[in-house]
Design a protein around this ligand. Sequence first.
Ligand SMILES: *Cc1c(COP(=O)(O)O)cnc(C)c1O
Length: 444
Amino acid sequence: MPDQFTAIASAHEKVAAAERFGTPCYLYDAGEIERQYSGLRSRLDDRMQIYFSLKANPNVSIIAKLFDLGASAEVSSLVELHTALRAGVPGHRILFLGPGKSRAEIEACLEHDVRAIICESAGELDLIDQIARGLGVTADVVLRVNASFEVKGSGLTMGGKPRQFGIDEQQLFSDDAFRRERPHVRLMGVQAYMGTRILLEATIVENTRRIFELAEQIAAHLDFHLELVDVGGGLGVAYFKGEHDLDIELLAADLNEQIAAFASRRPGTEIVMELGRYLVATCGTYVTRVRYVKESLGERFAVTDGGTNHHMAAIGIGSIGKRNFPIAALRTDGDTELVPWNVTGPLCTPNDTIGKAVQLPADLAPGDLIAVERSGAYGVTASPVHFLSHGYPAEVLLEGGAAVLVRHRDAPEDLMSRQILHRFAHASSDATPITVPVAPEGAS
Ligand SMILES: *Cc1c(COP(=O)(O)O)cnc(C)c1O
């Protein structure tokens, strides 16, 4: 590994951070973000821009780190938009996407002059036109297409199925709604997102090739100048036994061929890849502390202070039955005998299981730290943090030997303050029945 990279955090640093900021917490290793981003960036044709999908991890310091490395931002809500802006990403390097955009979100896109709004329906096109007219501007709009092809090999496939996302490929070619003149909308690009967790290089290359082709056909049919093509991405990382990380060398070599071919046909067209999981999954460690160890009907349980309320994905992603994330005891001393443990959390549901029959030290005891690795994407952001009112865990960024808190743990007051205590008079607690009219006067 080239030594200009920030060092990857050691187990000692992770233990120190967990001791200092408390558990449960997420640790994000900036050195690993850099390694992952630069590994792809340095091999990929310069003409392919990388946008970070905030959905995977919306922490403002993570976005700032990726932006400093060179990434732009793809956002899907008002707060994600403001988070990207706060991280320093300028509007012209932000794409806004999502099937249910509000009026306020569209207005914010236009006020902050985002690179483009990625539009998912004819109704949305009309609304963008109307809002842009009101603001006296023209909106740059990319059409999201629900492609009719489907390339096998991803955790969740998008193409070729009825979806709330995007506009069916067939409709773009047959429905006049998309040809209608909208004076405040400037169609200028095409986007498609074919699935997530893709671990086959050939699938990504084939998706990209077909999206380039489709984008050209759509622009020709709807008669607009193709300024931008967003080929989605969906690059995966290995989580489970039997999975392998993408061979980035091989992927980049084959993708670069497609990029070069497209760029020679369309030299001025911007090309974009939007990546969430791939950029941040490997940087994150979810750290919990063992509270109790017990045995039930011959199985060992380690009950920890954090669970699926912070890490829903650990129940198993897009798979039948549960498979374990990479889980280990976070210890800095030597080898110990490993035996199977069930790692569970504080929730009152059997689903609150972070790992089943995980190989952990036989002498695991209360106070031990447990690390769930590869948890930087769709971790706490995609989890039911309010379940049993535990709230958000602390988030900590590790970089070059330093550890910095980048999100406060929710305090009980934070959680309590959102609720409003109200009792209607007739529900008074003295249990005396009160006569309440059941129908308004005059009603029969
Ligand atoms: C979720 C999502 C992404 C990010 O997906 P990853 O698989 O995490 O890279 C990108 N684009 C769209 C449209 C998405 O919905």
